[in-house]
Design a protein around this ligand. Sequence first.
Ligand code: ADP
Ligand code: MG
Length: 263
Amino acid sequence: MKPVNDGPPRGARPVGVTNVRAQAPPTHSALVSPPAASLHGVSRTYPVGGTTFAALTDISLDIAPGEFTVIVGESGSGKSTLLGLLAGIDRPSSGRVTVGGVALDTLSEGALSRWRGRALGLVFQFFQLLPTLTSAENVMLPMDFCGTWPARERRTRALALLDQLGVADQADKLPSRLSGGQQQRVAVARALANDPALLLADEPTGNLDSRTSHTLLDLLSTLAHSGRTIVMVTHDRRAMTAASRSIALEDGRIISDTRPAHA
Ligand code: ADP
Ligand code: MG
């Protein structure tokens, strides 16, 4: 099969710059930036007993760059499934998931994992820091894995991120010595280590007290305002006001999709 965007064949006459300039200017639609992420006709089913259970049904969705989207819905409505598909941790039963212009179904498992390391930041409810590594080492891990920064710059970058999140003084402590709020800030610093365009968070305030949640939501808003795309699953009502878009799921379907800030 021939991929869609494979460019001109090798040996084809190169298109000169003047040639391109001679063409008509791009239309308005060509200037609109492509979505940061999109799902097209996505369903995810699981075999259960002799039948199939639909965790998500026919989801189509475009997420714009810099959008701060919250996904809300009752337990079991498909929120984590949706996030897993965007992260390429799970694959849809049908439909297509595209993130940053990459159609995830075209990647092998190995390519997917390398892509994830560079393009995505993931934040979970239970922080999931490695217990035997210090905060700084946890933040350096994605850089080590992807080789995105020269080895000698990684600790400096980790310390700068921890500082940005207000936990620079915790850099050389093990996670077990940190409060939940501090661990989650370290986890956000780790998620930002490779400067991903897209940050995915699954109930990141689920284990934080209300004051600490508030601080984390402020941090996420600030990140979104500086152009980072964020998709966050949450039960937290205040998160819905911090976000620019709110998508509600029920039984694996989108029942509402609103942008309160732009109403
Ligand atoms: P939420 O995050 O909104 O609580 P999930 O996305 O985790 O919901 O799950 C949606 C539905 O899919 C739930 O009913 C859940 O039981 C079901 N589900 C999730 N993973 C599996 C699986 N591996 N096998 C069967 N059913 C699953
Ligand atoms: Mg969930």
